[in-house]
Design a protein around this ligand. Structure first.
Ligand code: COA
Length: 137
């Protein structure tokens, strides 16, 4: 099996949603909200994708300044292609696009918590999230 990796190749909403479903990440992403999904694709500024011929089988979608911080918002690999190194390669190729001072930061899905430790991330107990709907001031 030969997987082709691409940096910032266009991905349409339909194809992205199909991969979110095929990877199980759709359980934790707003796949019913087309406007939100299209906004995620439009405004993310670093996307690495994995293709088996014309089939999208993996994605790492990030928002980054390329120098200090990179938020890896979605990492998803089609269930039929998992545990073959694709997720790790997508992250390595993401890292290749970043400057030497840049950290990758993410919020893990519960099922992927052990994964990030396994591939080399460190757990940061000082990571904080302002949930949607919580207003400041
Ligand atoms: C998490 C995910 C992206 C991993 O992708 P993948 O291509 O299967 O991962 P890799 O093949 O690169 O795995 C690298 C290593 O991690 C291990 N691993 C994979 N999934 C794991 C998991 N859920 N928990 C712990 N270890 C895991 C692999 O066995 C492999 O180990 P090895 O290097 O000792 O052989 C993929 O399972 C996925 O899409 N899951 C559903 C969506 C999800 O939870 N995404 C994360 C959102 S934060």
């Amino acid at each position: 099996m030969s997987i082709e990796y691409r940096v910032n190749a266009p991905v349409d909403a339909e194809t992205f949603i199909a991969l979110l479903k095929a990877s199980t990440l759709a359980e934790r992403r707003p796949v019913e909200d087309r406007d939100c999904i299209e906004g995620m694709l439009r405004h993310g500024n670093l996307t690495v994708t994995a293709w088996d011929d014309r089939r999208l089988v993996g994605i790492a979608r990030s928002v980054t300044d390329f120098h200090y911080a990179c938020y890896l918002s979605d990492l998803a690999v089609d269930v039929a292609y998992q545990k073959r190194g694709i997720g790790t390669r997508l992250q390595a190729l993401t890292q290749d696009q970043l400057g030497p001072r840049c950290k990758i930061i993410l919020v893990a899905a519960p099922a992927a918590n052990a994964y990030y430790e396994h591939v080399g991330f460190s757990h940061n107990p000082r990571c904080w999230v302002l949930e949607r709907g919580v207003r400041l001031g």
